[in-house]
Design a protein around this ligand. Structure first.
Ligand code: COA
Length: 207
């Protein structure tokens, strides 16, 4: 099966690697606004700019979006679904995912990640390398759990929020939408929408 990946940056290349490693896809190709000059180190083909997405429908039926910016990732995902692409989730074979977890359209789970029983991952989410999402936690659309970050059980993370590299959250906390949790933070209480929290225990970053 062939997979089209929108976004050919570092994150997109990790998505490609996970997709091919999963054995579910035999070929990947990219769309990126860096076309035609962008050179993809691994030699995977770059077919065109994002605006050409509709012209590959048919030759490709499956597409995932691979942009770090959550709003943009979700915008392109919505467009792809409207056009009629199937947006699969991509799960690296070294990820451990409970059969009782829900993974939304276009979400990606990288090597070493763990998604435990009863967890719900919304569409367009990233559970990055070595990150864990424990039982009954819920990620709304576009959430990014960065490498090596850990959510204990029953944690809720609102749409488009970033949970920084190596950060952790105590069980049961709720994190609002559009939140940034800094690298290495430990979240021990609820975090309101739109805020940046850092440190141990995590406190609002006020600049
Ligand atoms: C929290 C964060 C978003 C703040 O970024 P920023 O708004 O650009 O902030 P600055 O770098 O200007 O730092 C502002 C202050 O916060 C402090 N700070 C920044 N990040 C911090 C963190 N993670 N923990 C504790 N303090 C932090 C800085 O030391 C600085 O303090 P000072 O004013 O006393 O010098 C960012 O540092 C961060 O941690 N991002 C997560 C990155 C990540 O996980 N990437 C993974 C990609 S896959």
């Amino acid at each position: 099966m062939k997979l089209l990946i929108a976004g050919a940056g570092g994150h997109g290349r990790v998505v490609a690697d996970a997709a091919l490693s999963s054995g579910r896809f035999s070929q990947v190709a990219f769309l990126d606004d860096g076309y035609p000059s962008l050179n993809i180190r691994e030699g995977w083909p770059l077919l065109g700019k994002l605006e050409s997405m509709s012209s590959f429908l048919g030759e490709y039926t499956m597409l995932v979006t691979a942009f770090g910016d959550a709003t943009f990732r979700l915008k392109v995902l919505t467009r792809a679904l409207e056009l009629g692409y199937v947006c699969p989730s991509i799960v690296h074979p070294a990820a451990v995912v409970s059969r009782h977890a829900f993974i939304g359209a276009g979400s990606v789970l990288f090597a070493g990640s763990v998604v435990n029983v009863g967890a719900e991952i919304g569409r367009g989410c990233i559970v990055n390398t070595g990150a864990t999402v424990d039982h009954d936690s819920r990620l709304d659309e576009g959430v990014h759990i960065c490498p090596g970050a850990h959510l204990a059980g029953n944690v809720k993370v609102g749409a488009r929020s970033w949970f920084g590299v190596g950060a952790a959250a105590r069980q049961g906390v709720s994190i609002g939408a559009d939140v940034m949790i800094g690298a290495g933070a430990v979240v021990v209480a609820d975090v309101p929408a739109g805020k940046t929290f850092v440190g141990v225990p995590a406190r609002e970053l006020i600049k």
